[in-house]
Ligand binder design. Structure first.
Ligand code: CA
Length: 360
């Protein structure tokens, strides 16, 4: 039978979908690389709910495979702390780390990770999503051709592990402590001999007495390093990192090329991981702290009030020096502190009495 035009078209369509499945697949996936400052397998950062690999999985699922993120741990593709340069150069499209690693490039980056005596988890998210936080983050990174979103949070960290009890500020004189970042500057001004060591080197240094004290993250991560075996004084509620934010750093040229719906998926997957990772930290830290106190003879307590007071005064001085030097930092600082003033005033009616009076 002579084929009609209609039957020819039908046969052709059938050949397209059945005979040549490659033709039916409308688009091949967009494949991006994401590096991390943390080694492969690191809990919270690389593995588990809200981690880098979970973020990639969520983006894949939400985009139905249209955007695939290949995740690389520290050292797999680039060294741990070269994510900023790699994303800037476009060698990789994304990096998963903390913005305070980049304070050498722009000091303002500190405010998007943690400010000593700054906003807690609720407060920092208010500033990010409802205040100017994310907007300013993008503004700070615009000269570097990058954008960023919060994609994880450890919640409040712990002050750290000390071989000897801290009774007053004078106990800081000559104390050798592993403490990175802005908090290190504050401790240094109070006489601490600040040491910068990567995570893996903290335990042997503390155990051998190369250092007298160390800060890392919180009960779960600290126990994983074995820090409780090297020191027994665990000073709690971290004044230095009240809610440490993980950063999803993205090359702006790659971002601008991404279809709007995929941008929305990345942004929403990052926001999901921001909340989910913090929930995971609450659970794992609660379990680990109970274990440390009950089974490992750890003395967990806050620093004495006058020590906190001295740290607070010194932090204000360090921040004042930073904003005097750099107008970009001043702009971010002013926005952050204005938000914090409102948040703190509201907290006096909301969260603080709830913690102290209602819940207690
Ligand atoms: Ca820390």
């Amino acid at each position: 039978m002579k084929p009609t035009r209609r039957s020819f078209l039908t046969a052709g369509a059938a050949a397209g979908t059945l005979g040549f499945p490659m033709i039916a697949k409308a688009q091949s996936p967009i494949i991006w690389k994401m590096t991390s400052a943390y080694p492969k397998g690191s809990p919270f950062y690389m593995d588990g709910p809200g981690s880098a690999t979970d973020l990639a999985r969520r983006i894949d699922a939400m985009s139905k495979g249209r955007l695939k993120i290949q995740v690389y741990g520290a050292g797999e593709l680039i060294p741990a702390l070269e994510g900023f340069d790699a994303v800037r150069a476009g060698t990789v499209e994304m990096n998963h780390a903390n913005s305070y690693f980049w304070t050498g490039k722009t000091f303002a980056a500190q405010y998007f990770t943690a400010v000593p005596f700054g906003l807690n988890f609720q407060g920092i998210n208010g500033w990010f999503y409802d205040g100017d936080g994310i907007k300013l983050w993008h503004e700070v990174y615009a000269p570097f051709g990058m954008v960023a979103f919060p994609c994880g949070n450890t919640g409040v960290q712990m002050t750290g592990w000390f071989k000897k009890e801290i009774k007053s500020v004078s106990d800081f004189k000559g104390l050798k402590m592993r403490i990175p970042g802005l908090a290190g500057k504050v401790y240094a001004a109070l006489g601490v001999d600040v040491k910068l060591l990567p995570g893996g080197e903290i335990f042997p240094a503390l155990e051998r007495g190369v250092i007298d004290a160390a800060e890392f993250v919180g009960p779960f991560q600290d126990r994983r390093l074995g820090l409780h075996k090297a020191a027994k004084n665990y000073y709690t509620t971290g004044w230095h990192e009240p809610a440490t934010v993980s950063e999803l750093l993205i090359n702006k040229a790659a971002w601008d090329k991404l279809p709007k719906e995929l941008q929305a998926i990345v942004e929403n997957a990052a926001a999901a991981c921001n909340v989910i990772s913090e929930g995971w930290c609450q659970k794992t830290n609660a379990e680990a702290m109970e274990d440390l106190v009950k089974n490992h003879k750890v003395m967990a307590r806050p620093l004495p009030d006058d020590v906190i007071k001295a740290l607070r005064t010194q932090t204000a001085k360090v921040l004042d020096e930073a904003i005097a030097k750099d107008p970009v930092t001043k702009k971010v600082h002013d926005s952050y502190m204005a938000y914090k003033a409102k948040f703190d005033a509201w907290s006096k009616y909301s969260e603080t009495p709830y913690h102290n009076k209602i819940q207690a």
